[in-house]
Design a protein around this ligand. Sequence first.
Ligand SMILES: [Zn+2]
Length: 100
Amino acid sequence: MPVYVYSCPECGTRVEVFIRRIGGEPPGRCGHCGATGLERVISPFAVMRNLASQLANLDPMYRRRIDDAIARTPEADPMRLLSKMTPFETASDPGDPIDF
Ligand SMILES: [Zn+2]
């Protein structure tokens, strides 16, 4: 069921109207000034986006705030974990593989 946006030709007030069926009746009068002849306005619609495109469209300031927050959180630093790992060539031999 669509939601249509109507604009008042007298005062410019916009109103969203929930229409129960396509081609349903528009509102009769402007709720603000009482004028008739409300005109339907093409309204923007929501676009489903995947997470990757949402992240690509993030505001650069938002990214900076996230980077700042990570910088203030030592547990979030990936280098902290890497520094605790043992390089493969210096690790002790773990023995024979385990049969499952
Ligand atoms: Zn009006």
